[in-house]
Design a protein around this ligand. Structure first.
Ligand code: CA
Length: 233
């Protein structure tokens, strides 16, 4: 998939320059000029990278980052105006992947974004962790044997439904956008309609509900306009 970048920067000239640098790298680039619009765009577009200015009118970069982390695993590079602010910002905004002080050169900016993208995400991608059975009340997911039990019953899932459930359950409470789920379950090369996710989630729920009434809807929650999250408790 193409790397999708979102720029949140109120200095329009700078935003447009940054857009140019990233477009030259082959990224798909979107711009917004304040924090609220940035968050709205992040929900809708599920960017891979967010270039986030610290000083924004209204909701500042820090506020955007905190809210963003509730639903997005995007790589975030934070832009700051003054080097002296850096320590304070790094301390406050744990959750950004990198920081850059203005002014910076196009080369430096692009190199930092590229380096950030090469860094693996600290999520449950490690194999040993994934092999451990997960238990949430009466629901048990066993990745090694690819089995799902609900109470005393076994739930018979397709490979895809199993992977979908495992992806969601690997991070209870985290809101997965459709695009994120497509990447994780269908793979990076999948090309097609995001709403295929909805179809498989509906089937997954139906199968869970068939074993225990309401279980599918209880464990797999819809987050309107965004995607899905797993409710583990
Ligand atoms: Ca600014």
């Amino acid at each position: 998939m193409t790397v999708r970048a979102l720029i949140v920067e109120d200095e329009k000239n700078l935003a447009s320059l940054l857009r140019g640098y990233l477009e030259r790298e082959g990224f798909e680039v979107h711009e917004t000029f304040d924090g609220e619009a940035g968050l709205e765009a992040a929900r809708r577009l599920e960017p891979d990278v967010v270039v986030l200015d610290w000083m924004l009118p209204g909701l500042d970069g820090m506020g955007v980052l905190q809210e963003l982390r509730r639903f997005s695993e995007a790589y975030v590079i934070m832009l700051t105006a003054r080097a002296e602010e850096m320590d304070k910002i790094v301390g406050l905004s744990a959750g950004a992947d990198d920081y850059l002080t203005k002014p910076f050169s196009p080369g430096e900016f692009v190199a930092r974004v590229r380096a950030m993208l090469r860094r693996p995400r600290g999520e449950a991608d490690t194999t040993p962790e994934e092999e451990k059975p997960l238990a949430f009340g009466v629901l048990e997911i066993d990745p090694a044997r690819r089995r799902v039990c609900l109470g005393k019953g076994e739930v018979s899932l397709t490979a895809l439904e199993f992977d979908l459930l495992l992806a969601l359950a690997s991070r209870p409470g985290f809101v997965f956008g459709r695009r994120r789920l497509l990447e994780r379950v269908w793979g990076e090369d999948y090309f097609g309609d995001d709403h295929v996710v909805d179809v498989h989630v509906a089937n997954l729920r139906k199968k869970l509900n068939a074993v225990e009434d309401g279980a599918g809807n209880r464990y797999v929650r819809t987050v309107r306009g965004v995607g899905y999250r797993f409710e583990g408790s």
